[in-house]
Design a protein around this ligand. Structure first.
Ligand code: FAD
Ligand code: DLZ
Ligand code: SF4
Length: 508
């Protein structure tokens, strides 16, 4: 009996569990570009283009491998608009009663598939290094779910950078060698870029016509759209950028949007690259003496540690996680996140880059746009919506824990042991933004004082009841308490005034 095999736009891996379980002689692959997936949030146009182009190429590849693929393009007249409706249409067409699927990376779609009037087998997504069950077992009974300990388990499990049961070099983590301030200049030209071929051009025209008015520039489009290109992009990163990845991981430069970052998260997240093969490629560079341990360990930790860990948290915490708002923040997301004028150079730079590239690196997301939203008390649901909309690599399983947990502390500390907040001095140390800013980072109060300097204390003061006993925040409160009372009042009054202007939509 024929069964349908669902392959979603972020499941473009030949090793997908659904494909492995199916029989290419009798089963039929269903792939569909659908309105519902393209509009459940207003995605960055580059993201839709990447997914549609990569889906079309993956379908060609599956056919060449002997699969029958029923593929529906977005503007096909028969397109029924959603994944469940497409499955039903194909079930009627073929007489299939059962669907084999790999569990989607979002509760919304998992529920839609569960509610279908067909038997849908949702298999574990085995492309990850840790299964959801394995993560649950690790989490069970622990008071705190810290990434570092999970990461060590994953190092032991995979043997990556291990000598027997000990970490190579004697330490698990080399972060103290990383996080250097922004260098004067960068000696690479950024990630590998690909010229769109005819198939990609066709998708770009479609996306421009249908989604061209969403936030984000569609062109120029240079992403890899198939597995081969994604591997070239990875090899390019490992050869030219990985050696300095660790050193400048947290640096930010106005004229160098990618620094030594890999720009591979879109490829990992849609299945063109697999996490284990990426980590092994980096490890080989270390063994060949082509990249130092601090860089390779730091890079592997992002994928083997953080990426696997946030996925574990997303599925452990359940669908309600996206509603968390432990700090009770309710301010509307300021218009500057959509490109409205701001005099804050760090923010205007991060937003402009995000609009043009659909990309910002981790520290821009965490310590510029995320930090500001948290300090200003923006509703985390709106912050979550923004991050899901504006980045090419945004899928809820990875975006939500990063945004709500790591960046906004909305989950009350499931992920972060303290909120990631900073005054302007951190941004000044790690970037060149402050040099060309309207505000003065060294001014703590008064005309032209950096808004981060005011909001930082306002945040700590208004959440004192929650954070006062946190040993990692004792120094911050100690510094605040040592300021004289008049100065504290000035800081809080000026912060209130700033927030008031922000809420009124005035240019800040
Ligand atoms: P590199 O810096 O070169 O790192 C290599 C790889 O490590 C990345 O490709 C990514 O797969 C992985 N990685 C690094 N940090 C993380 C992390 N914290 N969580 C998961 N994987 C990580 N990443 C996404 O893939 N999708 C998102 O929607 C997303 N949203 C984020 C939202 C916020 C508020 C923050 C603070 C971070 C978010 N991240 C997200 C994590 C991180 O910023 C991106 O993975 C990274 O910037 C991707 O760029 P890169 O490939 O150049 O990464
Ligand atoms: C993100 C996305 C978009 C924009 N479009 C499609 C699509 O048309 N068809 C499809 O199968 N998948 C798409 N996706 C990816 C899904 O939204 C993704 O599988 C879920 O969000 C779960 O991660
Ligand atoms: Fe950002 Fe303040 Fe620096 Fe301006 S001075 S770039 S607002 S940190």
């Amino acid at each position: 009996m024929t069964r349908l095999v669902l392959v979603l736009g972020d499941q473009l891996s030949e090793d997908l569990s659904a494909l492995r379980m199916a029989d290419r002689k009798t089963d039929i692959v269903v792939m569909a570009e659908v309105e519902q997936e393209a509009t459940y949030v207003q995605h960055h146009p580059k993201k839709i283009a990447l997914i549609f182009a990569a889906m079309r190429k993956f379908a060609v590849r599956l056919r060449a491998d002997g699969w029958e693929v029923r593929y529906c393009e977005l503007d096909d007249t028969a397109n029924s608009g959603s994944i469940p409706a497409e499955l039903l249409r194909r079930a009627e067409e073929t007489g299939a009663q059962e669907v084999i699927a790999t569990r989607p990376g979002e509760w919304r779609l998992i529920t839609l598939l569960d509610e279908m009037p067909l038997t849908v087998h949702q298999l574990e997504d085995t492309r990850f290094i840790a299964s959801t069950r394995e993560f649950e077992a690790w989490a069970k009974g622990r008071k705190a779910l810290r990434m570092e300990y999970f990461y060590r388990e994953m190092r032991r499990k995979t043997g990556l950078l291990m000598e027997g049961d000990q970490p190579i070099g004697g330490q698990w983590n080399y972060d103290h060698d990383n996080r250097k301030p922004a260098p004067e200049s960068i000696d690479i030209s950024g990630p590998l870029r690909f010229t769109p071929d005819a198939m990609v051009q066709e998708v770009l025209d479609l996306v421009e016509a249908r989604f061209g008015s969403s936030f984000g520039e569609l062109r120029p489009f240079h992403f890899a759209t198939d597995q081969g290109q994604a591997h070239h992009a990875l090899a390019h990163f490992i050869r030219y950028a990985l050696p300095k990845f660790g050193d400048f991981q947290d640096a930010m430069l106005s004229d160098h949007r990618f620094l030594y970052h890999a720009l591979i998260s879109p490829y990992l997240n849609i299945g063109l690259l697999l996490p284990l093969e990426v980590c092994q490629a980096a490890e080989r560079a270390y063994f060949r003496g082509e990249a130092p341990l601090n860089a390779v360990e730091g890079f592997i930790r992002q994928i083997l540690g953080w990426r696997e860990y946030v996925r574990g948290i997303y599925f452990l915490e359940g669908p309600e996680y996206t509603r968390s708002n432990e700090l009770g923040h309710h301010r509307a997301l300021p218009d500057l996140y959509w490109g409205a004028e701001t005099r804050m150079r760090c923010l205007s730079n991060a937003v402009e880059q995000t609009r043009e590239e659909g990309y910002a690196h981790h520290i821009q997301r965490l310590m510029v746009t995320g930090n500001f939203a948290l300090l200003a008390g923006v509703n985390p649901a709106e912050v979550h919506d923004w991050y899901l909309r504006v980045y090419v690599d945004a899928f809820e399983w990875v975006e939500a824990p990063n945004t709500l947990g790591m960046s906004q502390f909305a989950d009350g500390g499931v992920i972060a042991s303290k909120p990631y907040v900073s005054s302007g001095s951190y941004i000044n140390r790690m970037s060149d933004y402050c040099k060309s800013c309207h505000y003065s980072v060294s001014k703590k109060t008064g005309e032209g004082a950096c808004p981060f300097n005011l909001l930082y204390w306002h945040f700590l003061d208004r959440h004192r009841a929650l954070f006062d006993g946190n040993p990692r925040m004792g120094n911050m409160y100690g510094t605040w308490d040592r300021m004289d009372a008049d100065r504290r009042k000035t800081v809080l009054d000026e912060a209130e005034d700033f927030l008031d202007r922000l809420s009124k939509g005035q240019t800040v």
